[in-house]
Ligand binder design. Structure first.
Ligand code: CIR
Length: 252
């Protein structure tokens, strides 16, 4: 198992922002927090494939959005934000050594942050970033290898995985305010503490969940379910609307 990560761009202060006001990002602190995040992934058993920073790609630390990696293929996305389209090239260079490469083509758009796999189902956020054409292209690629694809309308947040992630087998951490009322009822659900709306993004590696340290109340809810949590401080990248899943692509 390895994790593709990418160093924080010195241009991160020019990142895309949708739901947050622009706040000053301390680059040194962001880099130190990112280093500790990478160390946490390594401690959880990931080898690290670390891509260099790119001064022309403000959001390039958020590698999750550039690809969807399955056991069988890697799907290179076409990010919904035009400013992010060039980010896929460096990630593809790594993935092509390990997987057959497929691509989302125009007019499709798809951000990896909108793609949540649970078992053999891909839930795909219909967000401001990912469109129906992108979903249909993903479906054409994954259906022949036995996956189904289910659209989920996402409102009020950036990506589907801002609102829901898997924290244990068939157990989802959800922010119900950002999801359709009837969604994910077939799963065991842990709701975030309502005072921590950004807390639904968690990165499961083995039996441990990497989770932002800023959300202690939601962390308590996970711990009460017996879930093992690795808290990481992501406060600077959170100002760029980044969270724990966005900063890596886990390849198994
Ligand atoms: C963006 O708006 O694209 C970046 N500033 C944040 C991307 C976060 N990615 C993710 O949640 N997968």
């Amino acid at each position: 198992m390895f994790a593709i990560v990418r160093d924080v761009s010195p241009a991160i202060e020019r990142c895309e922002l949708t739901h947050l006001e622009r706040a000053t990002i301390d680059l040194d602190v962001a880099r130190a927090q990112h280093d500790r995040y990478v160390q946490a992934l390594a401690a959880l058993g990931c080898s690290i494939a670390r891509l260099p920073e790119d001064a022309n790609q403000p959001d390039s630390v958020f590698v999750e959005d550039t690809a969807v990696v399955l056991d069988e293929v890697a799907v290179i996305t076409r990010p919904g934000a035009v400013s992010r389209r060039e980010e896929t090239a460096a990630v593809e260079q790594v993935l092509r050594r390990y997987r057959e490469i497929r691509r989302i083509e125009a007019p499709g758009t798809l951000d990896g942050g909108d793609v949540l796999r649970v078992g053999r189902t891909f839930f795909v956020g219909m967000s401001g970033r990912s469109n129906r054409d992108g979903l249909e292209q993903l479906q054409e690629i994954v259906a022949p290898i036995g996956y189904s694809v289910v659209p989920v309308i996402v409102r009020g947040c950036l990506h589907l995985k801002s609102a829901v992630t898997e924290v244990a087998p068939e157990t989802l951490l959800v922010n119900p305010a950002w999801l359709p009322e009837d969604s994910f009822r077939e799963f065991e659900r842990v709701e975030i503490d309502p005072s921590e709306p950004f807390a639904a993004n968690a990165l499961r590696i083995g039996n441990t969940v990497v989770h932002a340290a800023a959300f202690p109340r939601t962390r308590d809810r996970l711990a009460a379910r017996g879930i093992d949590i690795c808290p990481v401080d992501m406060s600077e990248l959170a100002k760029a609307e980044g969270a724990v899943t966005c900063c890596s692509l886990i390849v198994r």
